[in-house]
Design a protein around this ligand. Sequence first.
Ligand code: NAP
Length: 283
Amino acid sequence: MPENAVWFITGCSSGLGRALAETVLGRGHRAVVTARDPERVADLVADHGDRALALPLDVTDHAQVADAVKRAEAAFGRIDVLVNNAGYGYLAAVEEGEDDAVRKLFNTNVFGLADVTRAVLPGMRARHAGHVVNVSSLGGLAAFGATGYYHATKFAVEGLSESLAAEVAPLGIKVTIVEPAAFRTEWSGPSMRQSAIRIDDYAETAGARRAATTATYGHQPGDPVRAAEAILAAVAADEPPLRLLLGKAAYDIASARLDSLKSTFDTWREITLGADFPGKETP
Ligand code: NAP
């Protein structure tokens, strides 16, 4: 990564995006610091002169996405690191999900991320360089009650990012998927959305987990500044990881998930292998 690398970060008004913008600017990099309300990032860019540019960006607004990327490239000549960070959570048992709210969630967490990525890739391809960092979640690897729709968006980010990595590696572009556990941001507090529908039968499963999730607000073990430093270290590495877990809970839960997947695969191995035509090898 060049010393004066240009970062383009979505969702910088609070939390991880804000900490990352502060950290990259503090290290002397250049940054396009975007937020739905750019007033909320005015303080972030204030002390960094022409190294920092604040732009309005709602990732669900296609015209604004195109305009922000155009203005970023006009100001700095290129985007070296795109960080698709904007996103939020939604609490509901699957049966309690509200169609409108779920579609809005996908519009931000998945389709917005894809739109920004499509806008930035042509410049990266032209220069045969660049790094796309997609903020997924530990919840993109393992799922729990009450957050099914959120997990669905983050599992989608995982699949999309893994395909993207395979497609752009030969073009000189890197991809890293970031998978934080609980970090002390607004995610489980003011940013959280919840279904108004409550079904008694889910009180002890999804209902209990709704309460447990919002109760983490202000006490999450993850430090957003350390997360930002970890993302910088991954991007600066000679061989950046495709996946970067953040926080001990992320490491523990993702590792247990791997073990449990392997155990299920092994338990059902004979049945699995028996599903091919006899005598055919798996290609
Ligand atoms: P946060 O403090 O709530 O920050 C989320 C940011 O996303 C805010 O700046 C918010 O802007 C922005 N945003 C939401 N919808 C947007 C849209 N349509 N267009 C542009 N910006 C939008 O929470 P956070 O924890 O930093 O979240 C950052 C990312 O980390 C998210 O993708 C989240 O899913 C992921 N994550 C968080 C945790 C955690 O525990 N904190 C764990 C795993 C993954 P506004 O202020 O305008 O709403």
